[in-house]
Write a protein that binds this ligand. Structure first.
Ligand code: MHO
Length: 226
């Protein structure tokens, strides 16, 4: 077995059982920062940015129609609950739509994927209201589709560091695999200043991979020139 396939084997070893994967879809302004914010949190498996919440077909950045910039997070509810995600959501943006700024592009928006998420959203709104935090101007609607944004918007902050992208390409030769990896989500958070290398290395050490695979991944991460 050559070195390249060894590396790819080790990456696919980081697997999550599918029934444990839940999804949250959130709008909180320009989607670059929320992707980095959620991407740094343990329990977030992968992130992506896109357009959701509207009715127009095939939205793009320049023709968003009535859609909103959103971040989508796949998460392991055993490690991070939907309620914790909502606390991060409301603590990290101002959910006021001043004068309908940029129409629906930058709405504070929660698109629930099931009844439990809908109930949890109401519960957290009431919890915050009791704490004197008021009622947020967040639109709450059922999820009805998500269009992935253009490549240049995915892991926007990580892409400011060509050496990081180069090193990650050794682990994930296929760009889509790279962009949807847990490691890229964490490093995107690091690039934006939400976490540091020490935290990421500690977490990699807990991932369900063999010791040699973890060491190889940690070595590679340490070699990145930021
Ligand atoms: N920073 C840009 C917005 C980009 S975003 C993907 C701006 O201030 O126009 O909406």
């Amino acid at each position: 077995m050559n070195n390249q396939s060894n590396i790819e084997d080790s990456v696919s070893a980081l697997s999550f059982s599918q029934d444990k994967v839940h999804t949250a879809t959130l709008g909180m302004g320009c989607f670059w920062s929320p992707e980095a914010l959620f991407g740094h949190l343990p329990g977030i498996i992968r992130t992506r940015v896109g357009y959701a919440g509207g009715t127009s077909t095939s939205p793009t950045y320049h023709q968003m129609g009535d859609h909103t910039e959103t971040v989508e997070c796949d998460f392991d509810p055993i490690i991070i609950s939907f309620e914790e995600i909502l606390d991060v959501f409301w603590s990290n943006h101002n959910p006021v739509n001043i004068n309908d700024y940029r129409g629906r592009q930058y709405r504070s928006l929660l698109l629930y994927h099931n009844k439990l998420q809908q109930v949890t959203i109401q519960h957290v709104i009431q919890k915050r209201q009791k704490l004197g935090m008021g009622v947020p101007e967040t639109e709450v609607s059922p999820f009805c589709g998500f269009t992935l944004a253009e490549d240049r918007h995915q892991k926007y902050y990580l892409k400011r560091y060509p050496n990081a992208m180069e090193k990650l390409t050794l682990l994930y030769p296929v760009q889509d695999d790279l962009l949807s990896s847990t490691l890229a989500a964490r490093l995107n958070g690091l690039a934006k200043g939400y976490t540091n290398l020490e935290h990421i290395i500690k977490e990699i050490n807990q991932w369900t991979m063999s010791l040699s695979h973890r060491e190889m991944m940690i070595d590679l991460v340490k070699q990145i020139r930021w």
